[in-house]
Design a protein around this ligand. Structure first.
Ligand SMILES: Cc1cc2nc3c(=O)[nH]c(=O)nc-3n(C[C@H](O)[C@H](O)[C@H](O)COP(=O)(O)O)c2cc1C
Length: 199
């Protein structure tokens, strides 16, 4: 599962990066502007959805970074169902971005030095509280009385994983204005194509 696809490493950055950067900037006073919903597919084909924190873009790419516990339910199905969609609503500017693509998992078993270095970097960037949560007993299992007081490791422990969303389709809806504005960005395999569409 930690085998990485080549990814759409693009320079210059994708055309949807500019409106997304603008939204992040204009909504920066609200801490929840970095929360988004990430939908995946369960092993039986049913949808799964949850809130995650956007941790930035991978350097020189359009890949979105998230952290997660590799023992959580969202992770195992990715081996067979890597498709995912992020849905991000910015309350201040009233705009929605939907980013659809594939998720890749970076774990302690990932051997590529660049990915391993990125995993270490994001571990170092976490608060103590966030790091501690990766020493807790497995998420989703029956609650235990003990096991929440493990020592804080300096190196990322095995449960610390990165989720990397490589978008191939982006839908941007601006609610402001009548009629509203909506833009579709499609990755054709070698470039992004932008189209204004009806809201
Ligand atoms: C505001 C907020 C931020 C969250 N951030 C993350 C996150 O960055 N990564 C993560 O794996 N779970 C995060 N969670 C918890 C997830 O929503 C979810 O409960 C957990 O990951 C288990 O999901 P799963 O059972 O689908 O694997 C966050 C929850 C909330 C409410």
């Amino acid at each position: 599962m930690s085998k990485l696809p080549p990814g759409a490493s693009t320079l210059p950055l994708a055309p949807w990066r500019s409106p997304l950067a603008r939204a992040l900037h204009r909504n920066r006073s609200r801490p929840d502007s970095r929360y988004l919903q990430l939908a995946t597919v369960r092993s039986d084909g049913r949808p799964a959805n949850r809130t995650v924190v956007f941790r930035g873009f991978r350097d020189l790419s359009d890949d979105l970074l998230f952290i997660t516990d590799t023992r959580s339910d969202k992770v195992a199905p990715l081996a067979g169902h890597p498709h995912a969609e992020a849905c991000w609503y910015f309350t201040q500017t009233r705009e929605q971005f939907r980013l659809n693509g594939q998720l890749t998992l970076v774990t302690a078993a990932t051997t590529d030095p660049a990915w391993s270095e990125l995993r270490h970097r994001l571990w170092q960037a976490q608060s103590e509280k966030s790091r501690q949560s990766f020493t807790w007993p497995p998420p989703g299992q029956p609650r235990q009385a003990a096991g929440f007081d493990q020592p804080l490791p300096s190196e990322p422990p095995d449960p610390f994983g990165l989720l990397v969303l490589i978008p191939t389709w982006v839908d941007h809806l601006e609610l402001r204005g009548t009629p509203q504005h909506r833009y579709r960005y499609d990755w054709t395999g070698d470039r992004w194509v932008l189209a204004a569409v009806n809201p």
